[in-house]
Write a protein of this length. Structure first.
Lengths: 226, 225
């Protein structure tokens, strides 16, 4: 088609412009709504599966799980759609509590890092974590999931509550690479200090808030399905 | 279509293949470089981004072409943006439905397809002036060319940056990954190297100095005669 430069186009009436835009916007709206309605249940299911996978990854011994919500210092049975601070209790075949999965998040190098970590209430250990959301620098911050020395911190990271069950017995903190002395310290990854620190901060914050509640309500968790 | 186009050229294979190589959107036209540099740190990400772009490019160009005689010139860009944004939103939902992992990896770059100048550029420069079939064929060719370029970058970056291809270990574990390759500078380095190679080969083929016009696109300048 010839280029339109050689003719001055006539200005169409505003009505024409408005009808064009309105028509296109309507087609657009219709398409978006159709696809949204179609994909909504699939996306919800995907999200549920992702949560499920993360829970069973941090609690490898668990065969089934229950969701609880923290409600004024009490743990109440809930489902995944409940709004609030959710914790997931994992049970083995005999319905015995094997561990608790808890969400934690903190600002990392680029954006908020979200993790789910496993907590064993019997020995007060944090036993591992799974990253749910992270935009950390590949090759540096992403080492938190692959660096063997770093992961060794989570064989048993001490996070037990004190005698009065008001807070943690020892504050979880990240220490410089190679200077870990206590079971509640996290040995940072050299070169990924900011991300390592973020893991320490988020675990401390979440554990300080939730582990005492868990300790006080342990019977509710242990009763579980019965 | 009320208006018949006067000098409409017939649909030839050239319409399709132009985008693949001769007018490759990345290596020749240098369009849409933001996702090219940002998401090509692995082959899988490149492929997913390429397929998402093909979808948006083909669908939006089809619609733009179908509506081309109906859209007044004054509001055409607005209309194109609405059309493109619609298909990007659809892709966004579809990728979430297909794989949340992939969605998390591609991050904000799916939404940013809206402002990928390749798509708006093709809508304005081609689809708004050509028949429906030709626009769709050309868009598909361009999309494939774009994907090819993304995968070429992604392949090199993943191989050198992680020693893997599509997640499979290629180099032995003794290989120390070049971390820079999966970081943003790696994108620039690999893109530059590909341009260097492609332009060098192109010049050898034509056996003469590149014309002034093309020189503005090229990374290579000042060639021995």
């Amino acid at each position: 088609m010839s280029t339109p430069e050689n003719q001055v186009p006539e200005l169409p009436s505003s009505t024409k412009l408005i009808t064009t835009l309105a028509t296109v916007a309507m087609i657009s709206g219709l398409l978006v709504v159709l696809v949204y309605e179609f994909t909504k249940p699939i996306i919800a299911e995907n999200q549920r599966l992702a949560t499920e996978r993360a829970i069973f990854k941090v609690l490898p011994k668990a065969k089934s799980r229950l969701t609880f919500v923290v409600d004024q210092d009490k743990l109440v049975l809930a489902n995944d759609k409940t709004i609030g601070e959710l914790i997931y209790a994992g049970y083995d075949k005999q319905n015995k509590l094997v561990g608790i999965a808890i969400n934690a998040s903190a600002q990392g190098y680029q954006d908020t890092i979200k993790i789910l970590y496993g907590y064993s209430s019997d020995n007060g250990c944090i036993t591992g974590f799974d990253v749910l959301k992270s935009t950390e620098t590949p090759g540096f911050g992403t080492k938190i999931t692959s660096d063997e020395e770093f992961l060794a911190n989570f064989k048993c990271l001490d996070a037990q509550v004190n005698v009065t069950q008001s807070k943690l017995a020892n504050k979880i903190k990240t220490v410089r690479h190679g200077t870990k002395q206590h079971a509640w310290e996290i040995d940072a990854i050299s070169g990924s200090t900011i991300t390592s620190n973020a893991i320490g901060r988020m675990l401390n914050k979440s554990a300080q808030a939730l582990h005492p509640v868990i300790a006080r309500n342990l019977n509710i968790l242990k009763q579980g399905q019965q | 279509m009320t208006q018949t186009t006067k000098k409409e050229t017939p649909l030839t294979l050239d319409v399709f293949t132009a985008g693949l190589w001769k007018e490759n959107p990345v290596f020749v036209m240098m369009l849409g470089l933001c996702p090219v540099l940002a998401v090509t740190n692995s082959v899988l990400n490149s492929l997913a981004m390429g397929i998402a772009s093909i979808f948006v490019l083909v669908c939006s160009n089809a619609l733009v072409s179908a509506l081309r005689n109906f859209i007044p010139k004054q509001v055409r860009i607005t209309t194109y943006i609405i059309i493109i944004a619609t298909f990007v939103t659809l892709v966004d939902y579809i990728i979430q439905a297909v794989s949340l992992d992939l969605y998390n990896k591609l991050g904000a770059f799916i939404q940013l397809i809206v402002v990928n100048c390749l798509i708006l550029g093709r809508a304005e420069a081609y689809a708004s002036k050509n028949s429906f079939t030709k626009s769709v064929v050309s868009a598909f060719g361009m999309g494939l060319g774009f994907t090819l370029a993304l995968v070429m970058l992604g392949g090199v970056r993943e191989l050198l940056g992680a020693g893997q291809l599509l997640g499979y270990q290629i180099f032995s574990t003794n290989f120390e990954p070049w971390v820079v390759m999966i970081l943003p500078p790696g994108g620039f380095i690999v893109l530059g190297s590909w341009l260097l190679l492609i332009n060098y080969l192109e010049q050898r083929k034509t056996g003469k100095l590149i014309s002034q016009d093309e020189a503005s696109h090229c990374a290579v300048q000042g060639t021995p005669s």
